[in-house]
Design a protein around this ligand. Structure first.
Ligand SMILES: C[S@@+](CC[C@H](N)C(=O)[O-])C[C@H]1O[C@@H](n2cnc3c(N)ncnc32)[C@H](O)[C@@H]1O
Length: 427
């Protein structure tokens, strides 16, 4: 790619464009960047490049002749090239990454004409310019900054200038999205940590996280760009659905706390139960689809000091029952076994209120159960769930529970009694 910049300040422009990455590419012969002094092509004794505007008004206008002579001289040295003459102007189409792609693909020679003062004689634009480009809807003193910006962004797309194509295809604006957030060492800086997923080394998870961040950032920072996207990939649609759900979740901006439930908490416990029942029903899971767990069960737990309720600020957000009584059906485990000779408790009725599903409340409830079990000097916690209850099984795995086998829980007459059993060994 060859770029010729017609300017009144060739030394300044050349110094900037021959630094760093572009400078190295010029040295390697991948790029040719020439900055040409327009003043050298004047035909008057004073080397004057501008004059007063016809019709009066402020400032001066660059004359057509020096510009045309300069352009002719440049074009004579570029026969057979696919050239494009571009005038940098606040009246041009706004330059974008798409423009950079197009210029890099369609031409191997760009001539960038920098105006100054009040601009250039309109007849030069009419006669000699193929296209006008603007850096944005504001006015600069001269076209040099725009020419440098355009040269930089077009040249970095030329093969060999950057070390790999991915250096620019993964960046903001390449496919209409902004780039994901980037981090480097150290892991923690001023109390802020690098997201865990980026340190885990799971490439697939990292890719997924990055794509989600791209969608999220574009949505938040540049809704105008986001509106123009037409996303059809199922993986993107899934991420958008996740983002939509995340947005509906409350922010945990108040402390979480828990305590033993008292009879006054019964309405809240029944509301959380109803939420969970509805979700299970929606997912086709035959668990909690009858009367169980009911007020009687909760009052029984409370009497024994085994029912716990959690709050976000003042709002009830979750519950669990922790009992040292062996639960019915737990002894007849098949396809596996419980850890032998270990003190244990059983956690039942662990649930999160509808509004807080998907937040860290569920992890908090598991931590609370660990704390209660440890305070009782117990070494393990047992729990069961329906085999189709995938979200509970995922939560159990994430919170240190391991599958132990199958059991039958006959507590809900007329409903599927098959349950999978899990256990967590406490440290
Ligand atoms: C002060 S400006 C002239 C503006 C002109 N009188 C007008 O109102 O349209 C001087 C030169 O700066 C350059 N320039 C100013 N704003 C620009 C922009 N947003 N993008 C590209 N070039 C710009 C053009 O080359 C222009 O000829």
């Amino acid at each position: 790619m060859r770029i010729d910049i017609l300017t009144l300040f060739p030394d300044t422009v050349s110094a900037v464009l021959h630094e760093s990455i572009l400078g190295r590419a010029v040295k390697k012969g991948i790029l040719q960047i020439n900055c040409i002094q327009i003043r050298d092509y004047t035909e008057n004794k004073q080397c004057q490049v501008d004059d007063y505007p016809y019709g009066g008004g402020w400032g001066c206008v660059m004359m057509a002749q020096p510009l045309k002579s300069c352009l002719d001289a440049v074009m004579e040295t570029a026969p057979g090239r696919k050239s494009r003459v571009i005038y940098l102007s606040p009246q041009g189409k706004t330059f974008t990454q798409e423009t950079a792609k197009r210029l890099r693909q369609d031409y191997d020679h760009l001539v960038l004409v920098c105006g100054h003062y009040e601009g250039v004689d309109e007849r030069f634009i009419e006669k000699c310019v193929d296209e006008e480009l603007s850096l944005g809807d504001f006015v600069l003193t001269g076209g040099e900054i725009a020419a440098m910006a355009i040269t930089d962004s077009v040249c970095r797309l030329v093969p060999g200038v950057l070390s790999d194509e991915e250096c620019y295809t993964g960046e903001s604006h390449w496919d209409g999205l902004l780039e994901y957030p980037q981090y480097t060492r150290p892991d923690e800086w001023e109390g802020l940590e690098v997201p865990e997923v980026l340190r885990g080394g799971d490439h697939e998870k990292i890719q997924r996280w990055r794509r989600k961040q791209q969608l999220l950032r574009t949505m938040k920072k540049r809704p105008d760009l986001f509106e123009k996207l037409s996303l059809t990939e199922p993986s993107d649609l899934q991420l958008l659905e996740e983002i939509r759900k995340d947005a509906l979740r409350p922010v945990l901006d108040q402390p979480l706390s828990y305590r033993q439930a008292v009879p006054e908490d019964l309405p809240a416990l029944l509301t959380i139960t109803a939420d969970a029942r509805a979700v299970l029903k929606k997912r086709g899971i035959d668990q909690w689809q009858g009367d169980y767990p009911n007020a009687e069960a909760f009052l029984y737990d409370m009497e024994r000091g085994e029912c716990w309720i959690a709050f976000h600020g003042e709002e009830p957000v979750g519950m669990f029952t922790l009992t040292t009584e062996n639960a019915p059906g737990y002894d007849e485990i098949t396809d596996g076994k419980w850890t032998p000779d270990i003190s244990f408790c059983v956690v039942h009725r662990l649930a999160v209120s509808a509004a807080y599903r998907g937040t860290s409340v569920s992890a908090y409830l598991f931590r609370c159960a660990d704390e209660v079990a440890c305070s009782l000097g117990l070494r393990s916690i047992r729990v069961d769930t329906h085999k189709k209850n995938k979200s509970m099984k995922r939560a159990l795995a994430e919170n240190g529970y391991r599958y132990r086998g199958n059991i039958q829980v006959l507590i809900e007459p007329g409903h599927d009694p098959a349950r999978q059993a899990f256990e967590k060994i406490l440290k």
